[in-house]
Design a protein around this ligand. Structure first.
Ligand SMILES: [Mg+2]
Length: 178
C-alpha cells in the first residue's frame, strides 16, 4: 500500500480571497511548489480534494474547473505530479463526497491502494479536518488552530511568517512525523 497526502485546494495551495472561476484566478501561495516537491520526493502520492459547490450554484462549469486544474498541473509540473485532482460539484444536493464527509478521500484510497493510517489530510477549515479524521487519516491544519489536528501551522516555530500560508513548513513537519 502507498502513503498519500490529500490537499484541500483553496486557502491551502492557492489564495482564496476571491472565487477561482477561471485559470488566471488561481494564484499559488509562495512556497507551495517547494512544499509539494518535498512531499513528492519523500514518496507520497499527492492528491487534491476540493469542494466546488460553485458548479451546482452555477458560478462555473465542470469544463471551467477542468481548465483551472489543467493550469494548476502546469504550474507545478516541474515540482511534482498530482495523482488525481478530485472535486465535489454539489452544494445543495446531499453528497458523501462533500467535505466534511470523507467520500473523496475514501474513493481515492480505494482506487490507488492508499494506506490511510499513513496518510495525511491538509486543510484550512474544520470541515477538512473532519473529513480527514473520518477517513482515518492524520491531519494538518492551515491557519487557525484546530485541536483535533496533529499539526497546526499556527504553532510551527519554523513557519515563515511573511507567507500567508506556509505549506512548506507544514510538509517539513509531516515528514518529521513519519
Ligand atoms: Mg479551503
Amino acid at each position: 500500500m502507498r502513503k498519500a497526502i490529500f490537499f484541500d485546494r483553496d486557502g491551502v495551495l492557492n489564495d482564496n480571497e476571491t472565487h477561482v472561476n477561471q485559470p488566471k484566478d488561481l494564484i499559488l501561495y509562495d512556497g507551495v511548489k517547494e512544499g509539494l516537491r518535498k512531499a513528492y520526493e519523500a514518496g507520497y502520492d499527492l492528491f487534491v480534494v476540493t469542494n466546488q459547490g460553485g458548479i451546482e450554484l452555477g458560478h462555473l462549469t465542470d469544463e471551467d474547473l477542468k481548465k483551472i486544474h489543467t493550469h494548476l498541473e502546469e504550474e507545478v509540473k516541474d515540482y511534482c505530479h498530482f495523482k488525481e485532482i478530485m472535486y465535489c460539484p454539489y452544494f445543495k444536493t446531499d453528497s458523501e463526497d462533500r467535505k466534511p464527509r470523507p467520500g473523496m478521500i475514501l474513493k481515492l484510497a480505494d482506487k490507488y491502494d492508499i494506506d490511510l493510517k499513513k496518510s495525511w489530510m491538509v486543510g484550512d477549515r474544520d470541515t477538512d479536518i473532519t473529513a480527514g479524521l473520518e477517513a482515518g487519516c492524520r491531519t494538518a491544519k492551515i491557519g487557525r488552530v484546530d485541536p483535533r489536528a496533529q499539526i497546526n501551522e499556527a504553532n510551527l516555530s519554523d513557519r515563515n511568517k511573511k507567507r500567508k500560508v506556509d505549506l512548506e513548513a507544514v510538509v517539513k513537519e509531516i515528514l518529521k512525523e513519519c
